[in-house]
Design a protein around this ligand. Structure first.
Ligand code: AMP
Length: 396
C-alpha cells in the first residue's frame, strides 16, 4: 500500500509518499508560505527537485497541489488517487487521551481539539491538515500518530511536577514528552542492532536535533523523557533554554521589562545554544566552526549542550538501574562527532569505550563503542515519516 505521510504546520506542510511494502519513498516535498503566497517543492525518487510558486490561500489548495504533483503524468509517481491507500498524520499533542496511534474519526478529531490548549501552535495546524485531506480524499482512511503517545507509559513519579495537585486535576499540568515517534523507532532499531529482545533491554535515546530530548526506554516502554508539558523543558536546544530556575522569569521580567509573551519568546526563540553563543547560530555547523576559530561563547555553548545531555543520560541510567544501549539520533546526534565524543567522555564511569574511527562516521547506522565497552553506543538515523507509515499500515 502507498501511504501519504503528512506533517502539517501553521503555514507549512511536509509530505512523503511511502510504499509500505518496500518502505521506499516514492516522492517527497514541502509546501511553504501557506496563507501568504505559496511554494511547493516536489521531488520524485530518483528525479530532480522542482520548485513551483503557487497561490496557497489555505491548506486545502496546498494538499490539492501535492496530489496534482503526485499524480502528474510526467513527474508523478502514481496514476491516480486510488493508488494512495491511506494517509498518516503527525499530530503533536495527544494529552492523556492518546497512548497509541488511532484511525481518525469525528470523535478523534474532537478529542484532539480538546488537547489544543496543550499545544496551541501545533494541534490546530495538524487538524487543519487532517480536514483538508478529508475534503480531497473522502474515501481514504487516515491515521493520527502522536508525538506524545510513546511517553504515556511514564509512571506518575516521572510525569508529576512538584506543583499543587489541583493543577494536574483541573488542567492536566504534567510532563508529556515529545519526539515519541522517533524515540520509539530508534529504541526498537537499537535492540535489533544489539541483537536483544526489545522488551528485555534498557535503552537511552538522545534525540539531538534543533529540538532535543533524551528518553529512558525500559523493556520497550518509555519511563522518562526530558521534555515536559511543552517541548521547552530539558536539554539546552537550538534556541530553547531547556531547564532553568523558574525564578529567573520574575528576575528577568523586572530587569528587562518583559511580559509573559516576551519572556516566552526569549525562552523559545532566543536562548539555547543560539543565545549562549551570543547569537552566532543555532546550527551546529556554524557553532563548531566558530568554536574552532576560538570564539569563546560558541565554545561555551557546545560545552553546555554536551554536559546537559550527559547529565540526563546519567539520571536515566539511575532511573532504570542501568543501561544497555545509548543511541544518538537526529541532526546533531547523527552528524556532530564532537558532541558524541564529549557526551561519552562524561560517561566513562559506566565502562563506555568509544572507537574513534567509528565515531567519525556521520548519518549512518553504526555501533560506535568498542567490543569491550560495557554499554553499546550507537548512531541510529531517525525516520519519523517511515515510523508514521508503519503505524498507519499496522492500524489499518
Ligand atoms: P533536526 O532538527 O534533527 O533536523 O536537526 C537540525 C540540526 O542538526 C541543525 O540545526 C544542525 O545543528 C544539525 N546538523 C544537521 N546536519 C548537520 C551536519 N551535517 N553537521 C553538523 N550539524 C548538523
Amino acid at each position: 500500500m502507498n501511504v501519504l505521510v503528512i506533517n502539517c504546520g501553521s503555514s507549512s506542510l511536509k509530505f512523503q509518499l511511502i510504499n509500505s511494502d518496500t518502505e521506499a519513498v516514492l516522492a517527497k516535498g514541502l509546501c511553504e508560505r501557506i496563507g501568504i503566497d505559496g511554494r511547493l517543492t516536489y521531488q520524485p525518487a530518483g528525479g530532480e527537485k522542482e520548485v513551483f510558486e503557487k497561490a496557497m490561500p489555505t491548506h486545502t489548495e496546498a494538499i490539492q497541489f501535492v496530489i496534482d504533483a503526485l499524480t502528474n503524468e510526467k513527474t508523478g509517481v502514481v496514476k491516480s488517487l486510488d493508488e494512495i491507500g491511506a494517509v498518516g498524520h503527525r499530530v503533536v499533542h495527544g494529552g492523556e487521551k492518546f497512548a497509541q496511534s488511532v484511525v481518525i474519526t469525528e470523535e478523534v478529531k474532537k478529542a484532539v481539539t480538546e488537547c489544543n490548549d496543550l499545544a496551541p501552535l501545533h494541534n490546530p495546524a495538524n487538524l487543519i491538515g487532517v480536514e483538508a485531506c478529508e475534503k480531497l480524499m473522502p474515501n481514504t482512511p487516515m491515521v493520527a500518530v502522536f508525538d506524545t503517545a510513546f511517553h504515556q507509559t511514564m509512571p506518575e513519579k516521572a510525569y508529576m511536577y512538584g506543583l499543587p495537585y489541583s493543577y494536574y486535576e483541573k488542567y492536566k499540568v504534567r510532563r508529556y514528552g515529545f519526539h515519541g515517534t522517533s524515540h520509539s523507532f530508534v529504541s526498537k532499531r537499537a535492540a535489533e542492532i544489539a541483537g536483544v529482545p526489545y522488551d528485555q533491554t534498557k535503552t537511552i535515546v538522545c534525540h539531538l536535533g534543533n529540538g532535543a530530548s533524551v528518553s529512558a526506554v525500559l523493556n520497550g516502554k518509555s519511563v522518562d523523557t526530558s521534555m515536559g508539558l511543552t517541548p521547552l523543558e530539558g536539554l539546552v536546544m537550538g534556541t530553547r533554554s531547556g531547564d532553568i530556575d523558574p525564578a529567573i522569569l520574575e528576575f528577568i521580567a523586572k530587569k528587562e521589562n518583559l511580559d509573559i509573551e516576551g519572556l516566552m519568546k526569549v525562552l523559545n526563540k532566543e536562548s539555547g545554544v543560539y543565545g549562549l553563543s551570543n547569537g552566532v547560530s543555532s546550527d551546529f555547523r556554524d557553532l563548531t566552526a566558530a568554536a574552532a576559530e576560538g570564539q569563546k561563547p560558541a565554545q561555551i555553548a557546545l560545552e553546555v549542550f554536551a554536559y546537559r545531555v550527559a547529565k540526563y543520560v546519567g539520571a536515566y541510567t539511575a532511573a532504570m538501574n542501568g543501561v544497555d544501549n545509548i543511541v544518538f539520533t537526529a541532526g546533531i546526534g547523527e552528524n556532530v562527532v564532537q558532541v558524541r565524543e564529549e557526551v561519552c567522555r562524561y560517561l566513562g564511569f559506566l565502562g563506555i569505550e568509544i572507537d574513534n574511527e567509528k565515531n567519525a562516521i556521520r548519518g549512518e547506522e553504526v555501533v560506535i563503542s568498542t567490543p569491550d565497552s560495557k554499554v553499546k553506543v550507537m548512531i541510529v538515523p531517525t525516520n519519523e515519516e517511515l515510523a508514521i507509515a508503519r503505524e498507519t499500515v499496522a492500524l489499518l
